[in-house]
Design a protein around this ligand. Structure first.
Ligand code: NAD
Length: 357
């Protein structure tokens, strides 16, 4: 099998963490007998410096031609004074839009003996492994009409939450398929007791369930879902929801793990995926070999599972990361009894663990 990957390191710690993730990508491809063709291109601030545009058209074309994109992070104080439309972060929004990415997948998982890093009790989170599938291009963030008007001498702000059947079906399908690749349990989150848009959501998701007879489907109101994530995260395997609810729940779920340096993500469209750590460009530690590369490395694992359909390689990367964490930690996740390592060493250790099996 042959796959092409576009690497867009971006700014700040982006290039450092991406470099380590590419080591893991190459090592894992070797072990899987996968032939990789890799190309690198600038995005964000790096692209502003190189081409005066946070996403030059030729970079988007390369992304469209690739099977998957690995992105580091964008942004930094150097570009903070630019008008909003010229900022590095615009490059990120433009590539997501250009690739038609409508589904965002964010796992929240406790690796190895990391339960102590959570703000929740270790016995509540130990073994937690849940996935939030969030709709990314619709819902209240994009719905029309929207605006601020004046009514009876007072200003009034308003937004519209809309989903049509096609949009709901498309994201629900990703939810069911993701559950199929995991433990076959899907929670669909809505507010069907109050919102018509949620009533339609629930109806459409329910109607799709017979297509996936192996998946156990449960519906949950968003307020209850927020409680369950904090109270009993192990209850949840895969969760699918709209843009607004997903924005909030994915951050809540992520924080049960306790560290921003450990959170990978995937954004999927029709046939293409973008993989990136959840964290930003961390300009405060850029270039100091202090960044934790594991979020980007785990994003490579997601690439094997969701873009290359090689879930065993994702499992292999997850096992290697857990094995390394038993002894070694970057500064952000340091714990007593562990050996401190920098970004580059952490990448090398994961490769060594992969090769040991
Ligand atoms: P941030 O995620 O970059 O950093 C927040 C804190 O977490 C910092 O203290 C940082 O040192 C630490 N941190 C982040 N990633 C880490 C890692 N891998 N290892 C160790 N520590 C890590 O968020 P911020 O400070 O709000 O934003 C900094 C810049 O990043 C801004 O320009 C912002 O716009 C941009 N940003 C980009 C993305 C993205 O590219 N997806 C996301 C969020 C923020």
């Amino acid at each position: 099998m042959k796959k092409s990957v576009l690497i867009t390191p971006g700014d700040g710690i982006g290039p450092e963490v991406t470099r380590e993730a590419v080591k893991v990508l190459n090592a894992c491809a070797r072990l899987a007998g996968l032939t990789l063709s890799l190309e690198e291109a600038p995005i964000g601030g790096a692209a502003i410096e190189a081409a005066g545009n946070p996403l030059p058209p030729e970079v988007l074309n390369k992304a469209l031609a690739a099977d998957a994109v690995l992105l580091g992070a964008v942004g930094g104080p150097r570009w903070d004074k630019l008008p909003m439309v010229q900022r590095p972060e615009k490059g990120l929004l433009a590539i997501r839009e250009g690739l038609g990415l409508f589904a965002n997948l964010r796992p929240a998982k406790i690796y190895g003996d990391m339960a102590g890093a959570s703000t929740l009790k270790p016995e509540v989170v130990d073994g937690a492994d849940l996935m939030v599938v969030r709709e990314l291009t619709g819902g209240i963030y994009f719905g029309q009409p929207r605006g601020i008007t004046e009514k009876d001498g007072r200003r009034e702000g308003f937004n519209t939450m809309r989903y049509n059947e096609t949009e709901i079906e498309r994201i629900a399908r990703v939810g069911f398929q993701t559950a199929m690749r995991r433990h076959k349990r899907l929670v669909s989150v809505d507010k069907a007791n109050v919102l018509e848009v949620s009533a339609l959501w629930r109806e459409v998701v329910t109607a799709m369930a017979p297509e996936f007879p192996e998946v156990t489907l449960e519906h949950m109101y968003v307020d209850n879902a927020a409680m369950q994530i904090i109270r009993a995260p192990k209850r949840i395997d895969t969760l699918v929801t709209g843009n607004l609810f997903g924005d909030i729940l994915s951050d809540a779920a992520a924080m049960i793990t306790g560290s921003i340096g450990m959170l990978p993500s995937a954004s999927l469209g029709e046939g293409r995926g973008l993989y990136e750590p959840v964290h930003g460009s961390a300009p405060d530690i850029a270039g100091l070999d202090l960044a934790n590369p594991l979020a980007t490395i785990l994003s490579v694992g997601m690439m094997f599972r969701y873009s290359f359909d090689l879930p065993a390689e994702d499992d292999r990367i997850n096992r290697a990361v857990s094995a390394v964490l038993a002894k070694h930690r970057t500064e952000d996740i340091m714990a007593s009894g562990k050996t401190p390592v920098g970004c580059a060493r952490m990448g090398d250790l994961v490769v060594e663990a992969l090769e040991r099996g």
